[in-house]
Design a protein around this ligand. Structure first.
Ligand SMILES: [Zn+2]
Length: 142
């Protein structure tokens, strides 16, 4: 079955919006405790009314997202290569990814992936089922 393109964007944006306007720091960055302290003092550590475009929180080997305060903590220094690793890891179970390219100013990195897996998809929408249920239309696999 053909995968609908707009669903690719939605699936990717779901996790990527955690990086949008976010502060991204390495886990051992000396600024991290200071920033969290300021967030606590300002009362925005656990959310703010203006912070509405938040993706679901995630925690992987490579990064942890705290969408309530627009913070992503990474294991390694964030480079375009690192961003590819993080994003591939977040999306590899939802999409069959052939290539990821990231650019940042003059830096660019690209990686090709050959992993192909059988992803159980909704026969009506084409998007990946979550525990046998389509998150979009509610289709249930019998
Ligand atoms: Zn569906």
């Amino acid at each position: 079955m053909v995968f609908p393109c707009n669903e690719i964007r939605k699936t990717a944006w779901d996790v990527l919006q955690n990086f949008d306007h976010a502060l991204i720091l390495r886990e051992d960055d000396p600024l991290l405790p200071a920033v969290l302290e300021v967030y606590e003092k300002q009362g925005i550590r656990h959310g703010a009314p203006q912070n509405t475009m938040t993706g679901p929180a995630f925690k992987t080997e490579l990064a942890t997202a705290y969408p309530e305060c627009r913070l992503v903590v990474t294991k390694e220094t964030l480079t375009v290569e690192g961003m590819i690793k993080i994003v591939y890891d977040l999306l590899k179970d939802k999409l069959n990814i052939a290539k990821i390219t990231f650019t940042s100013g003059m830096n660019a990195a690209s990686a090709d992936f050959s992993t192909r897996q059988e992803i159980k998809r909704c026969p009506l929408c084409g998007i990946a089922l979550q525990d046998g249920v389509c998150p979009k239309c509610g289709y249930r696999k019998h």
